[in-house]
Design a protein around this ligand. Sequence first.
Ligand code: CA
Length: 581
Amino acid sequence: MNSAAFKHRPESEDAYLVDADHLQIRFHAAKDDLQSVELIYGDPYWTIPNASGETTFAYSHVPMVKISTGETHDHWEVTIGGPYRREQYLFAVMDQDGNREVFGDRGLRADTEENRLTMTNYFRIPYFHVIDMVQTPEWVKDTVWYQIFPERFANGDRSNDPAGTKPWRPEDHPGREDFYGGDLQGVLNHLDDLQELGVNGLYFCPVFTASSNHKYDTIDYLAIDPAFGDKALFAHLVTEAHRRGMKVMLDAVFNHMGYESMQWQDVLRNGAQSRFADWFHIHEFPLTPFRDPIKGEGEPQFDTFGFEPHMPKLNTANPEVQAYLLEVATYWIREFDIDAWRLDVANEVDHHFWKQFYTAVTAVKPDFYVLGEVWHSSQSWLNGDEFSGVMNYAYTQLVMDHFLTGEQSAGQMLARLADQLMLYRDQTNQVMLNMLDSHDTARILTLAGDNFDLALQTLAFVFVQTGAPCIYYGTEMGMDGANDPDDRRPMDWSQLGGLQWQRVAALIHMRRSHARILGRGATHFELTATGLIRVRRGSSHGIEAYFNTTKTAVKVDATALLEQGFTASELQPNGFVIAEY
Ligand code: CA
């Protein structure tokens, strides 16, 4: 028995409430090490007299299910009730040779009745506190997101075009500083098109006043950039989106401010005497010229995003900064009824601030969605009091590393995906944002070598995963593009309603019409004997999908699919089929 590999931590993603009365428990052991795991559990105060008349702990037991296998571990899981909202538990394990042990809070013991009754070796969930339960917005589980880069989506108002605006040519390769005149009126004009496409969540890159075309260098968090429109137009846009059943998510950059912001300009003018001097992480005055350590100029005088002197990092430990940013965060909810914030560079801002942030925004709107930009393991932010979910690059990158680059085999990908799903509670996995590309990456079609079938197959795989899928604007138009700024070309509206648009729309329709199953529950993967990837969602009925990522046609042997009228006998390379069972 490889007990060194045993992993479990109470009050974490390994033991958590799925609802007010049910506890989900996970246990991890070395791959193939154990033939069974049983959960021994009960109310810690529930005792009964034994044969000698002494009172002893009355426990129940239930088998755990091996739900998946990761790279190095098998993952075991079970859900139990707690009639008195308390539970204590330990794991009775049996290895392949029939050796039996109990694994508990104070270690490993022989599996004897005496050890099962040793109260001090039990893991505890002392009380089922609903207020501590991780709750994620139900509506996100029904959402297909659509990411809009406002400067490049559509130009609906020539009168607000920045000086030097270039003609709207989707075949252009935009330069870093180019402007094309896209704006909020352009989005408003195309809301019906987006509704027809089927998306029901609009994720806007920043819309607040800033100097650049991408607007990540905020000047004023409380104003709409004049090149995009004004507050009246934004209010109208939110109302019209809501009228169509679409939620609205804005992008906030709270890690750093723009160089042109009033606060930073004041610091540049007044140095240490500025009333905003403590709003930033400043080590030494004067601040200019900025010393870039990468260029060998010495230690920088202040902290920045990366080593970007035009993006000074905010001091979110300063109560004034906290109050200011929380006012910004709640202002757009109170006054404009937005539904979600996407938080830029969220991992570089302190947890203390994010806890205040979460409390503030959910006080205004209880089912508000908070999405952090974190590219790595995010357990520390996802315990129900900071973010609802994160941009799931860690997950989708694994998908791309198999489907698009072949860097890992299907089996390796499935094992690593299984491990990723074990990092978070089910209700968190269900509201992760699963995107294959964004304004920060090359476009999916380019990553797929301009093979639209392959791009769509990869997208389809993401659409049957746990987590809310997100499409980057233009995917439905068959747009390609390398890393930014090439991934930010003006939208190609000439492809609206075309063949590629229709195939993406069909996928969105599939996801939304099965949101009860695809948006909830867990995901089960399997590599079939013939090398197809099979994904199953649901239990007695649900969705089953097959993906051929091999180089040859593969026969599909799936009764469920045949019963659904699936007549093709084989899947071509880059092919997939999704059906109900
Ligand atoms: Ca314009």
